[in-house]
Design a protein around this ligand. Structure first.
Ligand code: C6P
Length: 409
């Protein structure tokens, strides 16, 4: 059974807003998703009834908050096929990747070892590795090719015996491409390299099982999957968490502290210094329950159908160029495009006047824009509450763009 987006929209209070007198058509879900009432209510309930610090107090309220926090960890880790002790709560995918950079790569790799990333990455999977270069770690990138896929040939050529970590995005936030993650992971493992997958654009949109994928590390953000901002996860295999160095020092990540030296708590606490985002974890757990009820295979099917329709409609518009793979089987619900003669920022501004919210710019993935040979693109990205009528609104708003820009568009 397909998703009933119109029905689902009723769960999202923000989607009842109007902008410039028009129905709100939210097509910037790759940036962040809207929150259903159950998540908003759960956050409010936490602060009304359960607010307390965790892992510290001996009183009942503190025990309740700790229980909620740890149950949320178990629920969220199960959603991606992991065990509770394999999930570290972080602010989001960016912090998760930085944690791997500092606690694993910097602490465990040797001078001259290489990290192999790709040209398809968000800045958060490029810059943390660049920051390690002054420490003697090398960085290389798998090339983009074709319509925006990673070149398997180049990957096989670039992976060497010094490649200790391979990292790539599961799904591109600009091109929409879904990478064959398990195939890449197998090549990396056969070479003796560890694998970090950036799941920021995949966990919200398709069934993900970190074990089936063969990921050693998997990063994701709660706010892109109906959850609150400021909470996300780093999945890491237990043996790796054991050997990794702490990311930050402070309360709760220690076993014993002396003035000269300290010892560390067991994972996951070892990586969660200071007061964590307890309300965020509870809210994200509620979001996971909501997605589970919908069924992630249906979420994926829904987005595939929407993408197929959007691709067909956009490509039939004069002067519109769509970027990324053409086959909806090989892409997610993220569609970047340009309209000839119109800067993407102008396009987004005119669309806003029609009630349609899209993103324009380089989407924090400048190397992808460079590869496309553009400085910016317009980007529409879909989620469970979007349907064909939203794409129709986008297309009709593009008609307005054409009117304003005259024959140039
Ligand atoms: N991309 C977009 O509009 P954070 O900001 O930590 O939640 O997620 C970072 C991130 C990492 N990897 C990928 C593939 C991403 O798409 C993002 C976030 C948003 O495309 C905001 S720039």
């Amino acid at each position: 059974m397909s998703l009933d987006a119109e029905r689902l929209r009723e769960d999202f209070p923000i989607l009842r807003r109007t902008f410039h007198g028009k129905r709100f058509v939210y097509l910037d879900n790759a940036a962040t998703t809207q929150k259903p009432s159950c998540v908003i209510d759960r956050l409010s309930e936490f602060y009304r009834l359960y607010n307390s610090n965790v892992h510290r107090g001996a009183y009942t309220l503190a025990e309740e908050a700790t229980d909620l926090y740890e149950k949320s960890r178990a629920n969220i880790s199960a959603f991606i096929g992991g065990k509770p002790e394999e999930l570290i709560f972080v602010r989001g995918a960016t912090e998760a990747i930085n944690m791997v950079a500092y606690s694993y790569a910097l602490a465990r790799l040797e001078k001259g070892d290489t990290i192999l990333s790709t040209e398809m990455e968000h800045h958060s999977n490029i810059v943390p590795w660049q920051l390690l270069q002054p420490h003697g770690l090398r960085l290389d990138f798998v090339k983009l090719s074709g319509k925006g896929e990673l070149s398997l040939e180049d990957f096989k050529e670039k992976i060497t015996r010094r490649t200790k970590l391979v990292t790539f995005t599961h799904a591109s936030n600009v091109l929409g491409t879904i990478n064959p993650a398990s195939e890449f992971a197998k090549i990396a493992h056969d070479n003796g390299s560890k694998v970090l997958v950036d799941g920021a654009q995949s966990v919200p949109h398709m069934p993900v099982d970190v074990r089936e994928l063969g990921a050693d590390f998997y990063a994701f953000s709660g706010h892109k999957m109906l959850g609150p901002m400021g909470i996300g996860g780093l999945y890491a295999k237990s043996d790796l968490l054991e050997e990794m160095a702490p990311f930050q020092g402070g309360g709760e990540m220690i076993k014993e502290v002396g003035l000269d030296a300290s010892t560390w708590a067991e994972p996951p606490q070892k990586f969660e210094a200071g007061t964590p985002n307890v309300a965020g974890s509870v809210g994200l757990s509620e979001a996971v329950d909501y997605l589970r009820r919908l069924d992630m295979s249906r979420v994926r099917e829904h987005e595939k159908r929407l993408s197929a329709y959007a691709l067909q409609e956009l490509e039939s518009q004069e002067g519109v160029r769509v970027f990324g793979p053409g086959d909806p089987e090989r892409r997610g619900g993220v569609i970047s495009f340009e309209v000839k003669g119109v800067h993407p920022h102008d396009l987004a501004t005119i669309l806003d006047r029609e009630g349609v919210a899209i993103r324009s710019g380089h989407h924090c993935a400048q190397p992808v824009a460079d590869w496309l040979g553009v400085s910016a693109t317009a980007r529409a990205s879909f989620y469970i509450y979007n349907d064909h009528t939203d794409i129709d609104s986008l297309i009709s708003a593009l008609g307005m763009v054409r009117k304003i820009f005259g024959r140039r568009a």
